[in-house]
Design a protein around this ligand. Structure first.
Ligand code: F6R
Length: 260
């Protein structure tokens, strides 16, 4: 079962997760961080900037969850550009050690296998940051995705393209139809999953992921099969959790020796 931490706001969530990442990097300078894009992880990246001021990040590697297919990597909304802007530059990471799936059409046939091999060569992901889509997707694993799936090309749902149109001048026709995403099986191999969600629009997806039946209907429910999951949500995103009081109670009585 996931540990559910209900926080007051995004900033508290960002500080909490950033502190854990820093603690882990200090213990293991060859840390491999799993990166998510979209709005949700931004408070974590913002909180990391001051938190890593005195930390050596030169050996840290990063792997993004996904990328649009056929979008020029130089496009401001390619996930390569987003990760560069939001994570690599503010934290001063070595860009050569930060990886995104390759969405170029010329190499797309083997881009998934290449990405899996790169993650494996790095020794696997230590902590994977996850957002969740209103369809229940994690990464871009839309409903129906196999729990055994590895990095591959997926077709985005209309709902996700509408949700993401805000990054493309509100114009859904500019949102790519296809993406290359880590599979649910890939995500499951990360050693620690940290799923964040904020706002009422995520409440149903969060309830499905945390408490719903484990089903590919809600790809986020795959987290229930992982041995180490932390879900960090604000009150609005937690509003449909049946056991919210129990999560608060468990947190209030958490043994001091237990980390995040
Ligand atoms: C992004 C990703 C997606 C997003 C999800 C939520 O790399 O994998 O699963 O986390 O679409 O997006 P936001 O955070 O923009 O609501």
């Amino acid at each position: 079962m996931a540990e559910v931490v209900i926080v007051a706001d995004k900033d508290e969530a960002g500080r909490l997760v950033a502190a854990e990442i820093v603690r882990q990097i200090v213990a293991n300078p060859d840390y491999v961080l799993g990166l998510a894009t979209g709005s949700t992880p931004l408070p974590v990246y913002e909180a990391l900037v001051p938190a890593v001021a005195d930390v050596d990040l030169s050996r840290v590697q990063g792997f993004a969850l996904d990328e649009y297919v056929g979008l020029d990597p130089a496009h401001p909304e390619s996930y390569r550009s987003v990760i560069t802007r939001e994570v690599v530059e503010p934290l001063g990471l070595n860009p050569d050690r930060i990886h995104t799936p390759n969405g170029a059409l010329e190499t797309i046939a083997h881009a998934g296998e290449d990405y899996e091999a790169a993650i494996e060569a790095a020794g696997g992901v230590d902590l994977q940051i996850l957002g969740i889509g209103s369809t229940g997707h994690i990464g871009f694993n839309e409903p129906g995705s196999s729990f055994a799936s590895r990095t591959r090309v997926k077709t985005l749902t209309e709902r996700t393209r509408v949700d993401n149109a805000r990054f493309f001048d509100g114009d859904i026709s500019q949102v790519p139809m296809h993406c290359i995403t880590q599979g649910l099986g890939t995500i499951q191999r990360a050693r620690h999953l940290v799923l964040l969600a904020f706002g009422e629009s995520k409440a149903e997806a969060v309830a499905g992921a945390v408490e719903g039946p484990v089903s590919s209907e809600c790809p986020g429910s795959a987290i229930q099969l992982h041995p180490h999951v932390t879900v960090v949500v604000d009150e609005a995103a937690a509003s449909r959790l049946k056991h919210a009081d129990y999560y608060r109670y468990a947190l209030a009585n958490k043994p001091a020796w237990q980390g995040l």
